[in-house]
Design a protein around this ligand. Sequence first.
Ligand code: ADP
Length: 602
Amino acid sequence: MAAGFTSSRTRTEETLRESEQRFRALASHAPVGIFMTNPQGDCVFVNACWCELAGMSPEQATGTGWTRALHPDDRERVATEWYSAAQFGRRFSSDYRFQRPDGRVAWLQGRAVELRSEAGALLGHLGTVSDVTEPKLAETALRDSEQRFRALADNIASHAWTCDRFGVVTWYNRRWYEYTGTTFEEMQGRDWKTLHHPDHIERLTPKVQHCLEYGEPWEETFPLLGKDGQYRWFLSRSVPIRDGQGNVTQWFGTNTDITDRLEMEETLRSADRKKDEFLATLAHELRNPLAPLRNGLEILKLAPHDHAASSRVQHMMERQLNQMVRLIDDLLDVSRISRGAIQLDRRRVDLADVLRDATETSLPLIQELGHELRLHSNAPAMLVDADATRLAQVFSNLLNNAAKYTAPKGHIELFVAREAGQAVIRVKDNGVGISREMLPRIFDMFTRVDKPSERSPGGLGIGLSIVRRLVEMHGGTVQAHSAGAGCGSELVVRLPLAEAATSPVTFDESSSAPASSARGRRFLVVDDNVDSAETLALWLELIHGDVRTAGDGLEALEVAEAFRPHVVLLDIGMPRVDGYEACVQVPEHESRPWVTRAANEA
Ligand code: ADP
């Protein structure tokens, strides 16, 4: 009996040992980490793969030693999860990291179940840890990439979207929702036509269908409705995304707002058009006076002794010439304005003097057209800190316009008043007026409408832009008013008065003009344009000046040395020594001679 019992016990033990050996052989070759614990959850066994993953020996893992293999960030969580699962007999399932002593980190999936005897007593736990590092990293990389894509897509200046292969939009970026004021829910299942301008859908539909059918990249421009109820233009581009077999699975696209670009292009085109028109007008206006001038010369040649005829011809030629000079002066001013090269010579001046000069300049034209000019002023003398010549140019320009754009025998009025510390000058006419559309544009460069009558002198559409610039340079403003075509116009200039200025501008006596008589004065005319130098010299001789000429700066200095001129009239752009340099080097005798820049200065 005892022998029978002994042999059956021995067999049981052998069976157990064999089973244990099989388990250990299996465990030591298993490609997953395997661990066993006692009923309390403390480690009693780990296999080779577990040790490899943890970087720890079986002895080190024993008891609670295994928790040291856990990544510091996961240790507390996983230990708590494990011991509470062990205590309450729950299944264990968790994702966590091991960090080996060499620093290598492995992502793991841990699972464990209870081990019970046949009688149901808890023997411990049996668990596995699988290395899921690669799929985990791939998943993380995918999530990072997705996040990067969202961050990029949401922050680019364009709309971005995806749609399925049938053209139903599946996703929009944040910009889309910001622009359209729609929500994700509202856009669900809506097709590409949503928020498109109805006038363009018919044009776009065949192209959309073609691209969807043939998988061809898409590019188009169209207007889209914004949340403010306005349409803006977009450049839309989209490319198909294909699967491994080359089938289109979806589309990725962007819409870029090009409204500003289109407007800019239109502005440039219009500026270009205006410039072309301006050149044509310029050629025309410059050519106009040449025919009468040439005729005049022929008449003078044919009838040199007919005093009545030559006097009439001379007046006509003078008028035509003045017109050309005015045009060319305006042109030079425009070029100076666009280069910012205009400098004001500001002094304290009486506005009445400026207006008198302006009126004198414009009077011939006003009289020629038979207009009546009336002046209304109840203001006492008003002083302004201004460049008197430039300011006179402003008002003569406004008076000339009033004359030009009023049918003959019209009425022009000049009102001068003091209002709220400002000098206010109004030039009013009962002429053709300015239409509502033109009003905001008349101060723009090259803006002009057709001349009201062939008798009135032409313009280049630059006068008012010069006026505005000059007035602004004086700290003032200019505005145009008109009740519309045929209702006359009123141009109003406001200038700051000098009394309000904190630092008064001093009068400069030395700037007063030289005596008008040239008698007994020595003039040196320097110009590389021989005709110009000689005619000016001739004129000075006729008014009794003593005149020499020179063809460039160097010659001027040589002549000036011996001739000692009182006045030097100097061109600027000349060969060898230019006007600026000659100006500095002109010798002084009793005092520095007057040196004047010639009129063809750039
Ligand atoms: P322009 O050389 O053509 O006169 P301006 O710059 O002086 O050029 O004026 C621009 C345009 O403004 C003119 O072509 C004309 O259409 C309009 N304008 C200016 N002044 C008047 C006015 N007093 N009455 C009617 N239209 C005017």
